[in-house]
Design a protein around this ligand. Sequence first.
Ligand code: SF4
Length: 54
Amino acid sequence: MDFIYQKQAEKGKQCQECQSFVVKPENAVEGLCNGKDVLAEGGCMFFKKKEDQQ
Ligand code: SF4
């Protein structure tokens, strides 16, 4: 996958708030994005905020 990923993204635009992020149960600062390791506080150009959580 070829995308611009930042290890430290702007607050409010971090992986942990993104729809694609799946947190790792054993380590909440890490997760998976489409099968790729990412950091909870990282981010990229495909950020999409989680919204439908009702
Ligand atoms: S799409 Fe980007 S911002 Fe969203 S979880 Fe994946 S790497 Fe993070």
